[in-house]
Every structure is written in C-alpha cells, then in structure tokens.
Design a protein around this ligand. Structure first.
Ligand SMILES: *Cc1c(COP(=O)(O)O)cnc(C)c1O
Length: 459
C-alpha cells in the first residue's frame, strides 16, 4: 500500500561511528599501504567489506546467548540448534562447526580422493581451496547468462546443466563423488539459483547416482528470489521453498555467519548415517565433540534462533529491497554494475567505471580507495589484485578475469540513510572517475596477496 519499505526492527543498542575527514583518511590509507584490509575498522565510516559475521543479532538471539548451556556433551543448546536446522532444512544429521570452511574441509575429506572432480555452479574461494587441498578438481559450471552484466535474466546463479552432463561424460561418475550448488551464487555476484535449476541438477545427479549438496550460506535470500521471480512460487512461503530445495539434495554445508545472522558458526548436514559417523569422527579430531563442534553453547543458541529469523519474510523483503534500492539508484545515475542486484551485495564494474585504467593498473583498487577517501566507505576489490597473477621472475602482472568492486551489506546493521550516503559517495566517485589514479604493487605475498599487499598510486 505504501511505497516506503521500512526496516522491520527497532534499534535497542547503538554503536558510535567515528567520523573522519578526507585528510585523515588520506593519511590512514597511506599508512595502510593503500590496502583496505590493513585499515583499522574503527577508521571506517560505513564498512561494506563483507556480509560475513557482521550482522546485528536480535534481542531474542542475545537472550539465547545468556541461556546458552556450556556443557561439554549433550548440551540442550545443541539440541535447540539441531532441531531448528532440521525444522527448516529437514536433514537428519546436523554437525556443528566453527564456520563454513570447517564443514567444507570435513565434507571433502570424507567424500573426495585425489583426482576426483567436484562440479559447482561457482565455488566460493574457501570451497575451491578445500576441494583442491584434497587433491581434487573444483569445476565451475556457471550459466552462460552470468557473463552478461546488464541483462534482466532473473536466475544468473544457475548451473549450466548441459555442462554438468558433459562433465559426467568427460570424467565419468566414478570420479565425481558429489555435485554442489551454491545458493545464492556468491562468486557469481550473489545471483540466485532457480528451483527449476535445482530440480534439473538433482535429476542429472540421480541419473548418475551422485549426491547433490548445497552450499547453503544464503539459502533464505535465494528462496526469497524464487518467491519473487519464479512462476508458481508467489504464494509459496520462503520456509516451504527452503524445504523444497533441501528435499532435492542429500545435505549441505553452511556458514551461519551469512543468512543465520550470527557472528560465528556453521554446520554440515547430511541424510546418510554412515557418512555422518565418519564426519563426526573427523569433527572430534579438529573441531570438538559432536554436540558442540568448536562452538560455545551460547553460539549454538544464537544460531538456532537465527535460522528461524532468517526465513522471516518481512525481514527478507526489507533485505532484498534495500540491496536493490542501492543498485537501482546507482544504475539510474549511470554507474556500471552487475544487474540485477543480488541478495547480499552490489558489484560495481570497475572496468567500465575507470576505462582509462588497464586491469594491471588495478582499477578496482582505485575505485575502492576513492570510496574510502571520499566518504569513509570500505568496499572490496574482486579483480586483478585478488585473482591476477604475478610472475616473480619477470615481474609481469597478468589480469584477473573481471574487475569488480563489491559493496557487501551487513544484515540489520545500517539504515536507509546510511545507504543513501553510500549512493552519494559512489556517484561522486563516478563523477570524478577521470581522476582515478593507477596503482602499482610495491610488496606482495606469493599467494592470497590481496590480504597483505602494499600498493602506491602512480602519479
Ligand atoms: C562465506 C562462504 C563460505 C565459507 O564460510 P566461512 O564461514 O567464511 O568459513 C562458503 N561458501 C560460501 C558461498 C560463502 O559465502
């Protein structure tokens, strides 16, 4: 009835933002070696570095923190957690882990052997690293639609089903111990996967007797997109959509730092009792006893409540609308970005934002630093600094596949006026884009260099 979509919560506790001037930020980014990961977070005004573990817990979750039971074995908090996950997802065995990557390490240790192939719509970086650490091949099979940054295609996160069939034909089912679907597709711009795609992928997996697992970090955001965009789902609840997605699969890994709105936590789930036993044995080795898995009882309690809050449709309506609101305003101002906007982030296209800079001059870094200097907004480069290659012998830089700058939106943390401010800052940077300097690396590590590299502007 009214066009204003309000934050469906009141604020009970506030955290002061330290305001800084452009001159102070100039000095702080210089001291940080022009690397946004080296900034102190209290020198940032609006922190859009990640949506992982940065959400604001509810009063109900904080109440759960106080009720958390810290018994080593058989804590009621574990059973609250297990029952809540089963209630939403329907998986029989639920194994807590300290975060998503711990669940991944255990899953691939148990299911994969060297030489195996794991197809995924797009592997997240820790997922890829854990598959490869096991000596297996992480195969990305994104839909062709993802390559077009401007089309309105509603489900750019889909897996390319023909490519999945081709993978089974090329490698043989014996080398493919499982197939994964990442919902929403984080490395693919937070784009959703359709139910039709989950169904088709599940059918191919059934044909080859291969289990299908979800990387379920943002499954409730994905379910909300299905409700909004997929024919036949407008009147189905998000809870029912999540249950339907899970029913098509044999298990999942989950970083609860995303949709379950906790600051730390994750889990691994399966329907297979034999597998669950093996996974629990590994869990004991590195994470902890199966009823806590590296988490405190209070974490499990907050997670149990967060899972239920994550399927609240008023919350999801506000969440998806606020991400789209930023994207729409930037697009209207001509700022190049990945369209449609995904669930958890806006991805600026730095290649078109700063066309005078070659990829090896780090246009994404230049845009991200401009946002910090102009407005104290911290965003993350996903481009040549993150994915490019450096030849240590010749000093030659090879470009990454894309030049993106991600503005990830923490859950329930910022208000609309914060987002209006971010929109203004990005538009200002875009208006001044001709002045964006090139950067060069002055110091870098041999791998994951984006975390620790030192850079400088080239005048
Ligand atoms: C964050 C994330 C992970 C890893 O989870 P952590 O909790 O950071 O270990 C795995 N997959 C996807 C899609 C993610 O977004």
């Amino acid at each position: 009835m009214f066009k204003t979509i309000i934050e469906p919560f009141r604020i009970k506790v506030v955290e002061q933002i330290k305001m800084t001037t452009p001159e102070q930020r100039q000095e702080m980014i210089r001291a940080a070696g022009y690397n946004i990961f080296a900034l102190h977070s209290d020198d940032v005004i609006i922190d859009l570095l990640t949506d992982s573990g940065t959400g604001a817990m509810s009063a109900n979750q904080w109440g759960g923190v106080m009720r958390g039971d810290e018994s080593y074995a058989g804590s009621p908090s574990y059973f609250h957690f297990r029952d809540s996950v089963q209630d939403i997802m329907g998986f029989e065995y639920v194994i807590p882990t300290h975060q998503g990557r711990a669940a991944e390490r255990i899953l691939f240790s148990v299911m994969c052997k060297p030489g195996d192939v794991v197809p995924n719509n797009s592997h997240f970086d820790t997922t890829r690293a854990n598959v490869e650490f096991r000596g297996a091949i992480a195969l990305d099979l994104p839909s062709a639609e993802l390559a077009d940054m401007d089309s309105d295609f509603p489900f750019k996160g889909d897996m390319d089903v023909a490519a999945l069939r081709a993978a089974f034909a090329e490698f043989g089912a014996a080398r493919i111990p499982l197939v994964m679907l990442t919902v929403t597709n984080n490395s693919g711009g937070g784009q959703p996967v359709s139910m039709a795609n989950v169904r088709e992928v599940a059918a191919v997996c059934r044909e080859f007797d291969t289990p299908l697992y979800l990387d379920a970090c943002r499954i409730t955001e994905n379910a909300y997109f299905i409700k909004q965009r997929e024919p036949g789902y407008a009147d189905v609840t998000v809870r029912e959509i999540v249950a339907e997605m899970c029913a098509l699969t044999q298990g999942c890994t989950m970083s609860a730092k995303k949709d379950a709105i906790v600051n730390m936590g994750g889990f691994l789930a399966t329907r297979d009792p034999e597998l669950a036993r093996e996974e629990q044995n590994l869990l004991i080795l590195t994470e902890g006893f199966p009823t806590y898995g590296g988490l405190s009882g209070r974490d499990l309690e907050a997670l149990a409540i967060g899972m239920q809050e994550a399927v609240d449709e008023h919350y999801l309506h506000y969440r998806i609308a606020s991400t789209r609101y930023i994207g729409q305003h930037l697009r209207d101002a001509g700022v190049p970005l990945l369209w449609p906007t995904g669930g958890h982030a806006i991805y600026l296209d730095a290649k078109r934002f700063a066309p005078h800079l070659a990829p090896t001059q780090f246009p994404g870094v230049s845009v991200a630093i401009a946002l910090y200097l102009l407005g104290g907004v911290r965003a993350c480069e996903i481009g040549t600094l993150m994915f490019g290659r450096h030849d240590a012998e010749t000093g030659e830089e090879t470009a990454g596949p894309r030049e993106l700058v991600r503005l990830a939106i923490p859950r329930r943390v910022y208000t609309q006026s914060h987002m209006d401010y971010v929109i203004e800052v990005v538009i200002k940077a875009f208006e001044n884009r001709d002045d964006l300097p090139a950067y060069r690396i002055v110091e870098q590590a041999p791998f994951l260099r984006h975390f620790s590299a030192k850079l400088e502007p080239v005048s």
